[in-house]
Design a protein around this ligand. Structure first.
Ligand SMILES: *Cc1c(COP(=O)(O)O)cnc(C)c1O
Length: 336
């Protein structure tokens, strides 16, 4: 492959195959690889009208030993099932889901970036209702597709802290809504505030709880965490998406001797945090350098706007496991 591995963007790059399974007549079809990048469906498909759709995001890495591995695919399978269940879609079996991930990575092996480039192969499973329906009710047919695309190292010039702005005028999820599942609708609902944030010069928006605006929910499409006095603190809320990266960082934080607190985190606590970060599959960790609150024109600064020691340590530890540079202590990596 003649790709410029070190300068890949986080965007779609055509690969050789995607894999598909259809849910019809109450059963999933045998997953099949295809080179077709398009989907043909009925114009009354429920995904188009009623947003019956959910997705996942995961990565495959070429390790220091040359072996290709996927990070915690079972967790993505479980989360996809939880999303499907809530949106009343057919739930893909865990084994089929993991097998499809492995097959699509294997079929596109030449797109898995070489070890040492910091790049990886992003895997995007997407599940949606294809059955025609005009009344509001679940479809009887679904399509599960997984495609892959090589993505570059998130940080080209080192590990850069981001600037975040608080948005009190828009919510991405309702208190008892769909924030806890990976529904595309949550993303549609977040675009207005994301665009406003970008226009003001902030790559990410901090969402507060929709009911009282007292607690921290999420940081853009990533989970929020903070470090204070030997504690790793992260919000617990129904409207926070259970991030697999965050779950893994909590395990590593304990390993480093930090105490993990997963609980409602009051916005008022921002002043006391030594480090802050956002986390997710794309970047693992984006250290948060500062958070601007337009309501009182105040900027909360963490670790003088630089990435803190724990953010850095956690980031490197997780990356080292993903690239098989350090032992896979917790059995997170699954070779294809
Ligand atoms: C996907 C996602 C995350 C990150 O989850 P990971 O499993 O760590 O990639 C965080 N918040 C939202 C809203 C998400 O959709």
């Amino acid at each position: 492959m003649e790709l410029d591995w070190k300068n890949l963007a986080f965007g779609y790059l055509k690969t050789d195959y995607n894999i598909r399974s259809y849910f019809r007549n109450g059963a999933w079809t045998k997953p099949e690889l295809t080179t077709d990048e398009t989907v043909t469906m009925h114009m009354a498909a429920t995904c188009l009208h009623y947003g019956q759709e959910a997705f996942e995001g995961q990565k495959a890495f070429r390790g220091a030993d040359g072996v290709i591995r996927i990070f915690r695919p079972d967790e993505n399978a479980k989360r996809m099932r939880a999303s499907a269940d809530y949106l009343k879609m057919a739930m893909p079996p865990i084994d089929m889901f993991i097998d499809m991930m492995k097959q699509v990575v294997r079929a596109n092996e030449r797109f898995v970036p070489p070890y040492g480039t910091g790049a990886s192969l992003y895997i995007r499973p997407v599940l949606f209702g294809t059955g025609a329906q005009v009344g509001v009710k679940p479809a009887s047919e679904y399509l599960l597709i997984m495609f892959v695309t090589p993505v570059g190292p998130y940080y080209k010039e080192g590990f850069n802290p981001i600037k975040v702005i608080v948005d009190r005028d828009h919510d991405r999820a309702a208190p008892l809504g769909t924030g806890h599942i990976k529904a595309g609708g949550n993303y549609a609902a977040s675009l207005t505030s994301a665009v406003i944030g970008h226009e003001k010069g902030y790559p990410s928006v901090l969402y507060l709880d929709a009911r009282e605006k007292k607690y921290i929910d999420e940081c853009g499409a990533a989970n929020f965490f903070a470090i204070r006095n030997g504690h790793y603190i992260t919000p617990k809320s129904h409207s926070v998406l259970p991030s697999i990266t965050n779950m893994s960082l909590q395990t590593l934080a304990k390993e480093m001797g930090l105490t993990v607190e997963c609980r409602p985190v009051a916005f008022d606590e921002l002043d006391s945090f030594e480090e802050a970060g956002s986390c997710g599959t794309a970047a693992v960790i984006s250290p948060v350098g500062s958070i601007y609150d337009p309501e009182n024109d105040h900027t909360y600064v963490f670790n003088n706007g630089k990435s803190g020691a724990y953010c850095t340590k956690l980031y490197h530890r997780l990356r080292a496991i993903q690239y098989a540079e350090e032992p896979d202590t917790y059995g997170w990596m699954e070779s294809i």
